[in-house]
Design a protein around this ligand. Structure first.
Ligand code: SF4
Length: 516
């Protein structure tokens, strides 16, 4: 950080003049000041702050202060929804999106299907301004640019070469998973070109197959490029092949330098698949972190700062950890532990039969209210659907996306969402959810080789992943200090889980627990 900034006579005055709202929420002003103090000694500040504590204004204030001293900031949001929220809530920020969000000046289609791509001719790019490129260069010029994580990862080589003074990564608990997705890849023997995928015991034996497959994909790309104009389907194919080529080449390079990967081979009749995944991602995170001098990583669910920083490759000496308490009254957000069912795999067959009756009881208790049932698995969603319990239910798979589901949920009286995987990206504020039922402790799948490889060296990893999902589920339904929702964890395995992993469950979660 710039010396001049740290020596600034009156930091509180700077904070007050750059804070984007009229009033502070509890602790916001002090937290901003503390973050500046911590940046004197640490490159990273990790901020754990529960939903509703106002993390985004904290980040924006710091970015604006940097801007006042002619220093630039990248703000990265893991989810596009959060990027939209920044755009809606704050001025003076420039929002840069992915290529598909800009309209081609020539054919009026998204730039991913722009005229230069369809005709496969770079010369078409000359003589006019491409909105995607124009926005990319504006983003580069802007003092504070908000990106979503995926498009930043792709665009960093296109537009944003320079390191900035400051970077914010919001929802940073997802960093490991994001990098895991960037580096992992799956080959299907029926995609793009037909291949025979060998079945080996040893990962090294796949190197030769992958090198040959890489050559085949490159030839396929050349064949596509020879055709013009390209259809939408060919463009999608081209992008997918290009991405797979990049990932395979990166895998071979990283593995050659000693990075550990696992593979999962599967065969279902004629379809063979093989997936390669790194065991850890800490070697890759520099690809984002190197774009700033100081980084603020924010989340409601860091849970265990030592495990988090180790997993993303931050050294102990490089970071400081700050926690903000929950501002929501406990009585507005109770978690009732009811021990009604045991859905562990050993007892699943017998116990699952209890689920319809239990759910009916909750539907009766909250007959006039909207709510959500978190199932954790699709198997449970399908079971509930097959039982025809209620016409109040909305199933995630029946909708194109979250927004269309939410539109129906908002309009429909006393509707109840039934879904697995809605622990993030869903804002069920106020009347959108007055009760939520967590059917099952969301343990990760032990059949996943990457998780079992990690567990051999780090026993706590399993508990950390479970706690992360559980706390995120809980956070869906109480979104402000005036909001309220009753949460129920009905899986009797929760007591054992809590006994083993209470150290990673945040205090604001633990203090809300009540036993029935
Ligand atoms: S460069 Fe021109 S033709 Fe290509 S996508 Fe952009 S606006 Fe369209």
């Amino acid at each position: 950080m710039e010396e001049k900034l740290l020596k600034s006579a009156d930091l509180l005055q700077l904070i007050d003049s750059n804070f984007p709202f009229e009033d502070y929420r509890t602790n916001q002003r002090e937290t901003i000041k503390e973050i500046f103090e911590l940046f004197k000694n640490f490159r990273y500040v990790i901020l754990e702050a529960p939903t509703g504590s106002g993390k985004s204004p904290i980040a924006v204030t710091i970015a604006k202060i940097f801007a006042q001293f002619s220093e630039k900031t990248h703000i990265l949001t893991i989810q596009k929804l959060l990027q939209d929220q920044y755009e809606r809530d704050f001025k003076d920020l420039f929002v840069m999106k992915g290529k598909g969000n800009y309209v081609c000046a020539v054919n009026k289609k998204p730039c991913t299907r722009g005229e230069c791509r369809i005709k496969n001719d770079k010369k078409i790019r000359e003589g006019h301004h491409c909105p995607y490129l124009v926005n990319g260069y504006k983003a580069e010029e802007s003092k504070i640019t908000v990106h979503n994580f995926d498009s930043f990862f792709y665009q960093r080589h296109l537009f944003f070469h320079q390191k900035r003074a400051f970077m914010v990564i919001d929802e940073a608990h997802n960093l490991e998973q994001k990098f895991m997705n960037f580096v992992s890849f799956t080959i299907n023997n029926k995609d793009f070109v037909e291949v025979q995928i060998p079945e080996y015991e040893d990962i090294d034996k796949y190197d030769e197959f992958l090198n040959t497959y890489l050559g085949t994909l490159n030839l396929e790309l050349i064949k596509i490029d020879e055709q013009k104009p390209l259809s939408s389907q060919q463009l999608v194919f081209r992008d997918m092949i290009e991405s797979l080529i990049r990932k395979i080449a990166f895998y071979l390079l990283s593995k050659g330098s000693g990075t550990k990967f696992i593979f999962e081979y599967s065969k279902d009749r004629e379809v063979q698949k093989i997936k390669f995944k790194p065991i850890y991602v800490w070697e890759f995170t520099y690809q984002i972190f190197e774009y700033a001098d100081n980084l603020l990583l924010m989340s409601a669910t860091i849970l265990d700062d030592e495990a988090f920083t180790k997993n993303v490759g931050i050294k102990d000496s490089e970071y400081a950890f700050l926690e903000m308490p929950s501002l929501f009254p406990i009585e507005s957000r109770p978690i009732y532990i009811t021990d009604e069912v045991d859905l562990s795999w050993k007892k699943y067959g017998e116990e699952v039969k209890k689920v319809p009756k239990i759910i009916k009881r909750y539907l009766d208790m909250y007959s006039a209210e909207k709510g959500i049932i978190h199932t954790h698995t699709n198997r449970l969603v399908n079971y509930i659907r097959s039982c025809n319990i209620s016409n109040r239910f909305l199933f995630k798979d029946d909708f194109r996306d979250i927004n269309s589901l939410l539109a129906v949920h908002s309009a429909k009286e006393n509707s109840v969402i039934v879904a697995s995987g809605f622990h993030e990206g869903l804002d069920l504020k106020d009347d959108l959810s007055r009760f939520q039922v967590i059917l099952k402790v969301p343990y990760p799948d032990l059949k996943d080789k990457q998780i079992s490889a990690r567990m051999k060296v780090d026993k706590g990893y399993y508990g950390l992943l479970t706690a992360l999902k559980l706390v995120q589920c809980y956070g869906r339904s109480v979104r402000s200090d005036e909001d309220w929702c009753d949460s129920f964890i009905i899986d009797s395995n929760f007591r054992r889980f809590k006994g083993m992993y209470k150290s990673v469950l945040p205090s604001w979660f633990m203090e809300a627990i009540q036993y029935e």
